[in-house]
Design a protein around this ligand. Structure first.
Ligand code: NAD
Ligand code: DGY
Length: 328
């Protein structure tokens, strides 16, 4: 019997790729940059399965160009690059990689929070560029974490893992917004489920972890930054479009908030002349939160398992549209 045909939209770690190539007739996009939408449409034309990345748009046009497609396996937990209703309407299950990247992503949230709070980007650049003249009693003063209040926006897997680190490690009090209360967080961290306005008014650190959806797109704009304390450190490891970036740049420039740490921006990459790069109180990482060897291997394995299940007509182990999982 012929092997299922699949397109893998970028080289992923061998831990997953080897599983795919052993079971499928696989074409792997060899370039560093993503295929254009036109090329992607051509590539999936005869495919049973697609491995997509967060930089590949899986929309109605793409799905229409792939009449045999049985599964889309996203190499990410976030699936905002995929038109889920369109995939569901075509009875195509969509897989993602939850859980295995939670700890690595929470580590980067804390890293950015510390770097922004302690002005690490700015002071390290100053040192390297010769502006470190002596030990300065008033130089590069940042803010403490111990005993302060953390605001988690989106108490899902990564939000909870981030809150645990900062509560157990630095004794931070935790407030959070979420669609529903999270009893584990209330019990383990004595966390308080509040509305967004209460969170913005009361916390010293805001860390964003909600998925990108119509309720979170543009969630942080001028009004929201104005409601925060002037000492707030704002961290976003979720998705760039949660934030109105000119409002953020303005808040950082005018001292409306103290600092920001971003792992995600809109667009990605941000143009090198973007105003956020010119601000000393903004630390920007190039979307690296899941970038550890073990985490990317685990994502690749999970992604391959989803793909193989889909092309072989089995339910996906991790599916974001369960209503069509195993329906073929
Ligand atoms: N920077 C990175 O490399 C990186 C890595 C992993 C995940 N992420 C992002 O982090 C997101 C979260 O991942 P996760 O595994 O924790 O997912 P999750 O589904 O466990 O958590 C997301 C939470 O956000 C909540 N939420 C949705 N809309 C909300 C709103 N309007 N207000 C408050 N809460 C809301 C959901 O109810 C859910 O609890 C992903 O969707 C992805 O966008 C980024
Ligand atoms: O959603 C995700 O998984 C990240 O953005 C990349 O790991």
């Amino acid at each position: 019997m012929a092997k299922p045909r699949v397109f893998v939209a970028r080289r992923i770690p061998d831990a997953g790729l080897n599983l795919i190539t052993a079971a499928c007739d696989a074409e792997v996009w060899p370039e560093q940059l993503p295929p254009s939408p036109e090329v992607l449409r051509q590539k999936v034309r005869d495919c049973d399965g697609l491995v997509s990345l967060l930089t590949d748009k899986v929309d109605t046009e793409l799905l229409a160009a792939a009449p045999k497609l049985k599964v889309v396996s996203n190499f990410a937990v976030g699936v905002n690059n995929i038109d889920l209703p369109a995939a569901t309407a075509r009875k195509i299950p969509v897989g993602n990689t939850p859980g295995v990247l939670t700890e690595a992503t929470a580590d980067i949230a804390v890293t950015l929070l510390l770097a922004a709070a302690r002005r690490l980007g700015e002071s390290a650049t100053d040192a390297k560029e010769g502006r470190w003249k002596t030990w300065e009693p008033l130089g590069w003063l940042g803010c403490d974490l111990v005993g302060r209040t953390l605001g988690i926006v989106g108490m899902g897997r990564i939000g909870f893992a981030t809150a645990k680190r900062l509560h157990h490690g630095w004794g931070m009090k935790v407030l959070y917004t979420a669609r529903n209360p999270k009893p584990e967080a209330d019990a383990e961290l004595k966390a308080r489920h509040v509305d967004l306005d209460t969170l913005l008014a009361e916390v010293d650190f805001v860390s964003v972890h909600a998925d990108l959806n119509p309720t979170t797109k543009g969630m942080f704009g001028e009004k929201e930054f104005a409601k925060m304390k002037r000492t707030v450190v704002f961290v976003n490891t979720a998705r760039g479009p949660h934030v109105n970036q000119s409002a953020l740049a303005n808040a950082l420039r005018t001292g409306t908030i103290f600092a920001a740490g971003l792992d995600v921006t809109d667009p990605e990459p941000l143009p090198p002349d973007h105003e956020l790069y010119a601000l000393p109180n903004c630390v920007i990482a190039p979307h690296i939160a899941s970038a550890t060897v073990d985490t990317r291997n685990a994502m690749a394995t999970m992604c391959a398992q989803n793909l193989l299940a889909g092309v072989q007509g089995r339910p996906l182990p991790n599916c974001v549209n369960p209503e069509v999982n195993g329906s073929r």
